[in-house]
Ligand binder design. Sequence first.
Ligand SMILES: [Zn+2]
Length: 309
Amino acid sequence: MNDRSFHVEPPGLESLVQCPLCEAEHLRPSLEVEDHTVSHERFQLVDCASCGFRSTSPRPAAQALGRYYESDDYISHSNSSRSLGDRLYKLARRWALNRKHALVAQHRPHGRVLDVGCGTGEFLGHLKRKGYLVTGVEPALKAREQAIAHHAIPVVPSLDLVPGLEQFHVVTLWHVLEHLPDLRGTLKRLYALSADQALLLIAVPDRDSWDAAYYGPDWAAYDVPRHLSHFRRSDMLRLVSSHGFELVAMRRMWLDAPYIAMLSERYRGHGPVMALLRGVLLGAWSNLKSAFTERPTSSSLYLFRKSAR
Ligand SMILES: [Zn+2]
């Protein structure tokens, strides 16, 4: 289904008046980016003149955001596997699930896990089978219902509805923080929900990656207006460490570049096969750049620990 009827009634947009990170009030327009997956509307990115943090602004108001997730193509929240690209993505996801579990288990072999933006619950279902006690947060109704039905896990629609304070030993946000409008409010809530020494894992696209620079406004990981924040390493460290967490490790994420490059090639007009070929090649190039220089990969993974009080 490709419902374009919302074009008739433009959504309520709201502009940032200050930087979500440092609260400076001077925001400069930078790139203009098209929403390639749902609305095909164009959105402005702005950079903070003081700290350089990049945001999507104007952005849909909270009540208008939902419609920008209404697409069969937005596979993070669905389980369709039609194209070769989608099937490869699912294969990669299975591999990634095992990697994610290994990473969590290395620091916390058991305990209570909160996954924010859990989608259809694959990660939490996987951890549950490994013996963890799991809870999910997922605002999208269909994905939430699927997570509950398929994995029999508790999933609530928002972070505010997660019961209990200071109880989670592991909190994860896999490609979620960039979607959330209130960064500081979110970090405060995560701090309150975390047990002492809790592990906080955050994965986000990294706009300092080679593929981000190469594709510019066509970089698929800008994904406006769903992505509201566009992080670099320095942004993430500033945000999270100012909310009571200390950095344990930063990891490169090798699987994202080929997928993001393939999507970016599609946005540049290449057919599926050519986009896949070019995406694999240019994604590999981005990964090589990262492996041999200081550049981050297309996405970065951060491990933080709740600081002792
Ligand atoms: Zn700033």
